[in-house]
Design a protein around this ligand. Structure first.
Ligand code: TLP
Length: 349
């Protein structure tokens, strides 16, 4: 339902809160299913093939979550004791419960990017020459669009350079493309071109694309065979998962292009925020469906503003004592954005 009623909740906490569309629910009810651990679920097989085709890869793997997709990829791309180069604000490093250390026993080497976007030269400098004392650098992990960076995206040319550096050093690249379609729309680079710069890509069906559950990992067939074993090890073999995959097929077929609307809404929200007293925001950082801004006031901190917004039915997260993240998605329309700005204006004067 569009959010046109003034008393309706505007939930800007995340695009993960999106509910499945009626078409998804119908497809789920009617999905043909089988045992996916035996490779016999036709709907899962269809989703995996469709995802691989859209991203220009040989094969796909349906997984429970973005976290499982990233971690199965890391396990499939590394060996115990390897070192993974990634940025210090990445989802893999900050929000996956240290799984890379626990499950794959690899060491993270974090670099500081610009709003999460790494400079390829910094990666080149971080790669260790082979030495008996040193861990092997086998993987570079990048994230685009970048969650904690505020929805920022790698320019295609930077990803190409990272790809060249990895190849020259015998390393693989993993792209956490939880929101890769947002990145494609924002940069104008076809999603296949972005994916071509990585050996493995995870993208989420359950964020802006609106499916209730799931992500897909894509890469070569040999990589996917290894990732499938990791998924089984993590307890992610899901049997008649076609019921969930059916929604993913609808998500890929019908929900990608409309992400533009979310970007437009984010822009309106960000520009409105920039005009409010006590709000600091870097508009150059606002590229997709995420906006992160700083609350700089003596009378109110970020958690305090979250409480006041909630009193008006507006939900968002304070991600530090002085900053707030808002994420737009299909279940918040233009009226919801305008209501948010009106309420902010009333609170902040
Ligand atoms: N991000 C969630 C939270 O975990 C923070 C959100 O609300 O944005 N990669 C990226 C870039 C992500 O933003 C997320 C989820 C994941 C991976 C993990 O996906 P899930 O939640 O499906 O495990």
């Amino acid at each position: 339902m569009p959010l046109t009623e003034p008393d309706q909740v505007v939930d800007l906490r995340s695009d993960t809160v999106t509910k499945p569309t009626p078409e998804m629910r119908r497809a789920m009810a009617e999905a043909e299913v089988g045992d996916d651990v035996f490779g016999e679920d036709p709907t899962v097989n269809r989703l995996e093939a469709l995802a691989a085709e859209r991203l220009g890869k040989e094969a796909g793997l349906f997984v429970v979550s973005g976290t499982m997709g990233n971690q199965a990829s890391l396990m499939a791309q590394t060996q115990r004791g390897d070192e993974v180069i990634l940025d210090e604000s990445s989802h893999i490093f900050n929000y996956e419960v240290a799984a890379l250390v626990v499950l794959s026993a690899v060491q993270p080497r974090t670099l500081r990017g610009h709003y999460g976007i790494l400079d390829p030269e910094d990666i080149r400098r971080a790669i260790r020459p082979p030495n008996i004392h040193a861990p092997r650098n086998t993987l570079i992990a990048v994230e685009s669009s970048h969650n904690r960076g505020g929805g920022t995206c790698y320019p295609l040319e930077a990803l190409r350079e990272i790809r060249r550096i990895a190849t020259a050093n015998g390393m693989a690249v993993h792209l956490d493309g939880a929101r890769i379609f947002n990145a494609s729309i924002a940069t104008g680079a076809p999603v296949r071109e972005l994916a071509a710069q990585a050996d493995s890509v995870t993208f989420c069906l359950s964020k802006g694309l609106g499916a209730p559950v799931g992500s897909v990992v894509v890469g070569t067939r040999a990589f996917i065979d290894r990732a499938r074993r990791a998924r089984k090890m993590f307890g992610g073999g899901m049997r008649q998962a076609g019921i969930l995959a059916a929604a993913g097929v609808v998500a890929l077929e019908t929900m990608v292009d409309r992400l533009r609307e979310d970007h437009e809404n984010t822009r309106i929200l960000a520009e409105g925020l920039a005009s409010l007293p006590g709000i600091v925001i870097d508009l150059a950082r606002v590229q997709t469906n995420i906006v992160i801004f700083i609350v700089k006031r003596k009378d109110l901190d970020a958690p305090g503003l979250i409480v006041k917004l909630a009193e008006h039915g507006i939900k968002a997260f304070a991600i530090t004592p002085d900053s707030i993240r808002m994420v737009t998605h299909k279940d918040v329309n233009r009226a919801g954005i305008l209501k948010t700005l009106e309420v902010l204006c009333a609170i902040l004067g």
